[in-house]
Design a protein around this ligand. Structure first.
Ligand SMILES: O=C(O)CCC(=O)C(=O)O
Length: 251
């Protein structure tokens, strides 16, 4: 089965070895430096999700750092965005030739205390009319069950829009459990593509090392927001092809 077929059937696909060892080293270094700069500037770097899915006691022992759109903080991220042809070749097969950036998220799960993500779909955060949106999830470190790797529910992209909880845009955690999802163990340099409808989440980083990932959300350029609820710096940058809508603003 090829990557596109696997993605269409399962709502995700793992693309092995999409980065060179030099790129991996550079991105690890840049990630650490950026998070350090954000903390030194006393800016909030916590990516811990709100909501009752975690108790107050559980929250006290968890930590996770993140930076939105790091390509606006460090050129290494911009370079990777425009030098990931292997990834875009597969994305093109799935969503078509005109590939547009929506936003990106750098995530560093700290050793021992790196927080989990509740099971959720990404769509409620930035719904679009054609549902072309997918994440390219870059691994700067190996992802393992021990360090809280991404888990997905294969085929769940076909379930459509699922109800979210009253206190957050995540799913009923009793119905959709991390234990029932498939852990996507991966090597540093691998990229996982997954639809914004695919149910996913992750566990605590119980290892002795941090787990660093970069999540890049991409859409077909002719797919427009269904609701104007997520604006971000650089949204709409063309990564491949052209914008048929000749947009003059971010959306
Ligand atoms: O990095 C992870 O463990 C999951 C990230 C995620 O689910 C998200 O940002 O939507």
């Amino acid at each position: 089965m090829n990557f596109k077929q696997f993605y269409l059937e399962n709502g995700y696909v793992l693309l092995p070895a999409m980065m060179t060892s030099e790129q991996i080293e550079e991105m690890r270094r840049e990630t650490d430096l950026l998070i350090e700069r954000v903390k030194t500037a006393s800016r909030d770097s916590s990516f811990l999700w709100g909501g009752k899915w975690l108790s107050e006691d559980e929250r006290k022992n968890l930590e996770i750092d993140g930076v939105h759109d790091p390509q606006f903080h460090s050129a290494a991220f911009s370079r990777l965005l425009v030098n990931c042809d292997g990834v875009l070749d597969v994305v093109e097969q799935i969503i078509g030739p005109n590939i547009q950036l929506h936003h990106t998220k750098l995530i560093a799960k700290q050793p021992g205390v790196g927080a989990p993500f509740p099971m959720h779909q990404d769509k409620p955060y930035f719904p679009h009319t054609k549902d072309s949106m997918l994440a390219a999830y870059f691994h700067f470190d190996d992802g393992t069950v021990e360090n809280g790797c991404l888990h997905v529910v294969p085929g769940s992209h076909r379930l459509g829009d699922l109800p979210v909880q009253p206190d957050g845009l995540y799913l009923d955690q009793r119905k959709y459990r991390l234990e029932d999802a498939v852990p996507l163990e991966a090597k540093a340099g691998d990229v996982v593509l997954f639809s914004y409808l695919t149910i996913h989440g992750s566990g605590v980083n119980r290892s002795e090392n941090q787990r660093r990932n970069w999540l890049v959300q991409l859409r077909s350029a002719d797919d427009v927001p269904a609701v104007d609820c997520h604006r971000s710096r650089g949204q709409g940058m063309m990564l491949r092809g052209f914008d048929p809508l000749v947009r003059m603003t971010a959306l």
